[in-house]
Design a protein. Structure first.
Length: 636
RNA sequence: GGGCACGUGGUGUAGCUUGGAUAGCACGGCAGCUUGCGGAGCUGUUGGCCGCGGGUUCAAAUCCCGCCGUGCCCGCCA
């Protein structure tokens, strides 16, 4: 049976290792003085673009520099000293490159056997064994629905967590709920004073109310004053207003969770801002950082607790870009600023201070696991206390995140600075306009720029196409299929764009199901499933069947399938979901070319091995898709 | 004023961390491919001073320096 994780090196890295040791031997014999490390050898190996060779090393160029010799000559000499190995069939020198050809039969056997044996675990890694990481996402304001920008955060957080888990880390999916602050006070003022009753999904209703109150505040200064007063009252945690605010926020978060569930996004724990305040985490954080803080008795910052920026800039020169000379941690009225609270919160995450949080079950999730939540009354549980934390937060907050990291260094906890990573993602704009929850430009004409409306629109579009499909035998299942296709389109569209880049949202792109898209990958998968369905026999492939593998599209596909684990490790290390989308597009495209040119069911002697390649493709594609939170369909 | 991020065919993008042999892919345009395992596909074609200028190197989209453009940030808001 397949284990939960693969503990062996990938087929691809197995053959690269083989090439490295062969290179090493050749160099030891020809150029004992070269002194290149294994890492340098490994890094010199690439997969060449052309189809002629399978692996290539540029190490001769590096050696040439060291020895003052001609690269072509060196490569020629080395290749003469590199005999065929287990998987590497031959090595030749071309223009200074060392080009290796794999034994396609042996290598195909290796890859196909690994996929067959490991099944759902194929592509996973033991890289993070025994390590725990917190992923904080999406931390949406509980005053309005998820808009198309919030969705980017939620999808990124989900995939990054999946990647960590695929690499054997324990990932704690955590959502920070800011139920205090002006945005909640604003919505609460509307809830109390405008007398409306919720007549639609609560977050949508509340968001529309929130926009109206913001307009009201712009016109009536007294409303603004009342909202600010409400904001202060909420912070005490015990007043009627504070309880009303929490209750409203909880209803909004429940509605957010409905959206999350629709998108197949789950989490482990919610940490509420009001519980952080209640826990007096701040004073504990101030205790451990007193050495770097000051409380000026006069001047601009009189009565506040601040950190002087000249303490920080020697460690992070880029923070010199401030007009101010200090950052306020605690306001003169005694309440913490955003940075203050976040610093305290992260001291808790890393186990530096104990919050004494109490937790209760917040709600059940469709994946069968409950979400826990901090709460005024509850029981202690084990959350937090990690050595690594990823904050999925918009790039516009880079400055504050950076200050926080430097603060940990300054109080002697360099390891926290190293373990804390800000996964900064680019903005999601709508038609060149900055998306703003407050202004209400997420409210569209007919369809809103919300995660809910996006999914509804995409599902509608998928349904239109599915209804025309003659391939869907299970007509009862149209709804399910359309939903899956729609989700694949949306998720893929977001995740394929490099995290740091800004996105301009357009309905046309969001509803495009062709080309480099999720539906394209699903379509390819469905065709593969059809081929498997057409061949009744699932006879195991034999050694003689492998001899039918050619050096054409079949072997190209096998080679790419051999790189699944490398892809997952790279995506996890670099926190880049687009590494996985790229891989899937390449895989699907190669598979399409493969079945277009090489008959499977009518493949004659090659039928068995080609069927095994098709089976393997479905396994690899489905494993990689599930990392992106995308479910497959067997017909569409 | 300063800081950070981004700049790749008409459009959207991959590659940049770790320099390497013709810069991948999609959309759009044009021309084809279904009595074949599924046309949400496949094939061919069109289109690129990799923002600009220097530098390092045998070799630069990739590294360094300087510009330019766009976005974001520099609050006792979050």
């Amino acid at each position: 049976m397949a284990g939960l994780h693969s503990s062996s090196p990938s087929p691809s890295s197995t053959v690269r290792q083989e090439l490295v040791s062969s290179l090493k031997k050749a160099m030891a014999s020809a150029y004992p003085e070269a002194g290149l490390s294994d890492d340098e050898l490994m890094l010199s190996i690439t997969v060449p673009q052309g189809q002629e060779w399978d692996l290539s090393s540029s190490i001769a160029f590096r050696l040439a520099k060291k020895l003052g010799a001609n690269p072509a000559e060196i490569a020629g000499k080395l290749s003469g000293l590199m005999p065929a190995g287990n998987y590497v069939a031959s090595v030749e020198a071309t223009n200074g490159y060392l080009n290796a050809r794999l034994d396609e039969r042996k290598y195909t056997s290796l890859v196909l056997a690994r996929i067959r044996d490991e099944g759902g675990a194929y592509g996973t890694s033991a890289m993070g064994e025994g390590r725990k990481v917190i992923v904080e996402s999406p931390s949406a304001n509980p005053a309005h629905p998820w808009h198309v920008g919030t969705l980017r955060n939620a999808l990124l957080g989900n995939v990054v967590s999946n990647l960590f888990e695929a690499c054997s880390y324990e990932a704690e999916r955590e959502d920070y709920i800011d139920d205090l602050g002006l945005q909640v006070a604003t919505a609460l003022w509307g809830w109390i004073n405008m007398g409306d009753k919720p007549d639609k999904k609560f977050d949508q209703w509340l968001g529309e109310l929130y926009v109206r109150v913001n307009r009201e505040m712009g016109q009536r200064p007294e409303v603004k004053k009342q909202v600010e007063a409400l904001n202060k009252e909420m912070e005490d945690g015990v007043s009627q207003q504070a309880r009303a605010g929490r209750e409203m926020a909880e209803r909004c978060v429940m509605a957010h969770q409905q959206t999350a569930f629709d998108y197949g996004i789950y989490r482990d724990v919610m940490i509420w801002e009001s519980d952080i305040v209640r826990s007096h985490l701040l004073s504990k954080a101030l205790d451990i950082s007193s050495g770097i803080l000051e409380k000026p008795s006069d001047g601009k910052y009189a009565g506040a607790v601040v950190i002087k920026l000249d303490r920080i800039t020697p460690f992070a020169g880029e923070l010199a870009g401030s007009r101010e000379d200090a950052k306020v941690i605690v306001r003169s009225n005694g309440t913490a600023t955003y940075i203050g609270k976040d610093f305290a919160f992260h001291a808790w995450k890393f186990g530096l201070i104990d919050a004494g949080f109490k937790y209760r079950k917040f709600m059940d999730q469709p994946n069968g696991k409950p979400i826990y939540s901090t709460a005024p009354e509850g029981s202690p549980m084990q959350f937090g206390n990690v050595e690594r934390a990823i904050n999925v937060i918009g790039g516009e907050q880079a400055y504050e995140q950076q200050i926080m990291r430097v603060m940990f260094s300054l109080i002697g906890h360099e390891e926290i600075t190293r373990g804390l990573f800000h996964l900064a993602y680019g903005r999601v704009n709508i038609e060149g306009e900055k998306l703003s929850a407050r202004s209400g430009n997420w409210l569209g004409d007919g369809r809103n720029y919300t995660a809910d409306d996006l999914l509804a629109e995409a599902t509608k579009r998928a349904m239109e196409i599915a209804q025309k499909s003659e391939k869907i035998t299970d007509r009862q299942n149209l709804e399910h299929i359309s939903r899956a296709v729609a989700l694949s389109a949306i998720k893929f569209e977001y995740l394929k764009i490099a995290t740091e880049k800004d996105i301009t949202f357009s309905w046309q792109n969001a509803l495009n199901f062709e080309g480099n898209s999720g539906p394209y990958v699903l379509y390819t998968y469905a065709r593969a499933m059809r081929i498997l369905g057409k061949s009744a026999s699932a006879a195991a492939m034999s050694d003689s069947d492998v001899s039918q593998i050619t050096r054409g599209q079949d072997f190209q596909l096998v080679k790419l399938m051999g790189m699944a684990q490398d892809t997952v490790e790279k995506a996890c290390t670099e926190l880049r979901p687009s590494v996985v989308t790229d891989y899937l597009l390449g895989l699907s495209s190669l598979f399409s070319k493969f079945y277009e040119t090489m008959p499977v069911v009518k493949g004659g002697d090659a039928k068995n091995v080609r069927l095994e390649v098709v089976r393997s493709f479905t396994a690899v594609a489905s494993n990689m898709l599930s990392l992106l939170g995308i479910a497959t369909v067997s017909e569409m």
